[in-house]
Design a protein around this ligand. Structure first.
Ligand SMILES: *Cc1c(COP(=O)(O)O)cnc(C)c1O
Length: 390
């Protein structure tokens, strides 16, 4: 591969090594636990370098390696390790840099299972969390304590979509020797380049756009330099791994990531803009629209948007909201996102240090690959149900 190959070219080829497998372009699915070392001397040599050799199924196979290579290259990292879910990636990455008595800073709009990890797991092991306003930028330095080890960022944040000033945060962090771990799931390593903006470790729920078809759970952790070994060691200590079939599906998904993302983006913008003009809607939280907090940071740091955004309704009866959601024909009601299909999910906002004054009657939309005019017609029928029930 040419060194200067562009990201779409890399997405089509990275991780593919036909010369190693009879010319076949896709990696085989290696289902493995045991690796036969041959001789004791060979065993010792392999185990000396467990992360660059294949020593046991849990520590990686040629299938997981192929996927990890593609993700590391896309995100601009030296190394990626894949695990069994996005949440596993978050916990393995954060726990690699903290111990009892340490302190972490977590954005107030973080994915709620991340908050759960801080409150119900890290706390038990003596790690304290301070939440911060996602719009804090360089002001984060005022929250540093002597024992602060990690700043955890997620941009845009789950459900409320504030875009953070990541360069300002990483700059303040590095002056104080603090690591920045970012949940980069929304940017998918495609629309946001975490390492160009100073992030130390990027985690993703590859379950979303890499897998892309709602049929596998996968997490990734990407990092470079001195951050590689602590993360790989921690993933190994915790016993996290990725199933080979899931690694295969995630890499297969990446081959079409560029066209899928572009279509999700186009469809979602059409639907979001249409919703913005509707009288039933108070506000649309879509990073590419000026009504989203941090929109100008999105313009500065991101190169596109995807299918996910939230909509705040004008106050109405709860039964009207239910009528809107329950009657939708093309939207499933469910969690996760990033698949080919459209979804809605009532917005879930938990805050510790920032107030969320908006009407809690809000819905997160994931716009899939359907024809957006059909999606709009479905939503329009829903808004009629909402008005007549409200
Ligand atoms: C879904 C999601 C996760 C968790 O990923 P799983 O693969 O479901 O564990 C983490 N972060 C964000 C922003 C997500 O949307």
């Amino acid at each position: 591969m040419r060194k200067d190959a562009k990201r779409n070219t890399r997405l089509a080829h990275d991780g593919s090594h036909p010369e190693e497998q009879f010319g076949i372009v896709n990696p085989p699915v290696y289902r493995a636990s045991t690796v036969d070392y041959g001789t004791v001397a060979e065993m010792q040599a392999l185990r000396e370098n467990p992360y660059d050799n294949f020593v046991y199924g849990r520590v990686g196979t040629p299938t997981s390696k192929a996927f990890e290579e593609a993700v590391a290259n896309l995100e601009g990292a030296e190394r990626c390790v894949a695990v069994g879910s996005g949440l596993a990636a978050i916990s393995a990455a954060m726990l690699a840099f903290v111990g009892s008595g340490d302190h972490i800073l977590v954005c107030d709009n973080a994915y709620s299972p991340t908050r759960n990890l801080c409150e119900n797991f890290m706390k038990r092991y003596g790690v304290t969390t301070t939440y911060y306003d996602p719009m804090i930028g360089a002001g984060i330095a005022e929250l540093f304590q002597d024992n602060t080890k990690v700043i955890y960022t997620e941009s845009p944040g789950s459900h409320t979509f504030e875009i953070q000033d990541i360069p300002a945060i990483t700059n303040a962090a590095h002056k104080a020797g603090v690591k920045v771990v970012m949940d980069n799931t929304w940017g998918a390593g495609y629309f946001f380049k975490p390492f160009d903006h100073g992030v130390d470790v990027s985690v993703q729920a590859a379950t979303k756009y890499y897998v892309g078809h709602s049929d596998a759970m996968v997490g990734t952790i990407s990092m470079s330099g001195e951050n590689i070994l602590p993360v790989l060691d921690n993933v190994r200590v915790l016993g996290y791994n990725i199933a080979p079939d899931d690694a295969y599906l995630a890499l297969r998904g990446m081959r079409t990531l560029n066209v899928r993302l572009k279509r999700h983006e186009k469809n979602a913008l059409k639907v979001a803009e249409w919703l913005s003009g509707r009288p039933e809607i108070d506000r649309v939280l879509h990073p590419a629209l000026p009504s989203c907090p941090g929109h100008e940071l999105w313009q500065r740091d991101f190169t596109g948007s995807n299918g996910l955004f939230s909509v705040i309704f004008k106050p109405t009866d709860q039964s009207a909201m239910h009528a809107f959601i329950d009657g939708l024909e093309l939207f499933s009601l469910g969690g996760s996102w990033g698949g080919y299909e459209s979804l809605v999910l009532p917005t879930n906002v938990t805050r510790t240090v920032t107030e969320w004054h908006e009407n809690p009657q809000s819905i997160r939309f994931h716009i899939g690959l359907e024809d957006p005019d059909d999606l709009i017609a479905d939503i329009e029928a829903g808004l009629k149900r909402l008005s007549s029930a409200g």
